[in-house]
Design a binder for this molecule. Sequence first.
Ligand SMILES: NC(=O)c1ccc[n+]([C@@H]2O[C@H](COP(=O)([O-])OP(=O)(O)OC[C@H]3O[C@@H](n4cnc5c(N)ncnc54)[C@H](OP(=O)(O)O)[C@@H]3O)[C@@H](O)[C@H]2O)c1
Length: 269
Amino acid sequence: MILVTGATGTIGSELLRQLVASGIPALGMTRREVPGFVRADFEDPDSLRKAIEGVDTVFLLSAPGPLVPAHDLAMVAAAVDGGVSKIVKLSAIGTMPGSWHDAGERAIRESGLAWTILRPTGFASNVLRWLPAIRAGQPIPNQTGDGQHAFVDPRDVAAVAAAALVSPDHDEQTYTLTGPELLSVPDQVAVMSDVLGQALRVVDVPLKVYAEQLRAAGLDDAFVSVAVRGAELVRDGGGRTVTDDVERVLARPAGTFRAWVESNRAAFA
Ligand SMILES: NC(=O)c1ccc[n+]([C@@H]2O[C@H](COP(=O)([O-])OP(=O)(O)OC[C@H]3O[C@@H](n4cnc5c(N)ncnc54)[C@H](OP(=O)(O)O)[C@@H]3O)[C@@H](O)[C@H]2O)c1
């Protein structure tokens, strides 16, 4: 039995769908009341202990934010105590000492359990954040200038996670999961304009303005500084990593951003 945390989110819901479609026993975890899911919260160790009963393997996904280390450590502790044999953790590209995912990665490597760590780049699906601007006929806000990034299809991240969950071939591996091509936000918007048949515009958002917007949206300083540093890195050309890890694990090329937009046309209608 595989416990899928983050099962109502982007990667977890797709992973659960893929596992169930392949007939692999899997259980989604959520804090909400969802039929067929187990209800548990990273903040509540008792609920994690119960969620882990009868589980062999855990897919660990903590929601982005400064609580990632605490949530990861709580789940690793519950998994070790509960006799789980393997953890596959969703981390992030560029994880380094002190980043949100660092403590969880280290705890998993030192847990004595089998493990795989997945470090994806930005998800292609992040462009869904632009829906309000697109629907309002406003230009798409661009915090990263001409900086490029190899956006990864979330379906590929989920497929690599599924492979790592079911096979020992990926034990003790840290994969950096990227798409096949480097794109800037203006490049992404050009692809979307073409696929959606709509002339979309872009407006540059200086990092100072971006930080103010995030604070005005109620995000705390820790979150704002990580988001702004990430945007700055890409803006300065530091996001130009492309790997073949998706292709090596799945034995097929990683999906393109265009293919993701084509599959998700309806979301932009
Ligand atoms: N977006 C990107 O471009 C990107 C790139 C690299 C890495 N990542 C990493 O990917 C992860 C986010 O993945 P995602 O976009 O698939 O997530 P998401 O769509 O934001 O969903 C978050 C999930 O976390 C669950 N959750 C939140 N708080 C919880 C708690 N206290 N206890 C238990 N579950 C909780 C939510 O479940 P309920 O609300 O149903 O309880 C939900 O299923 C983050 O760790 C992020 O750092 C993201």
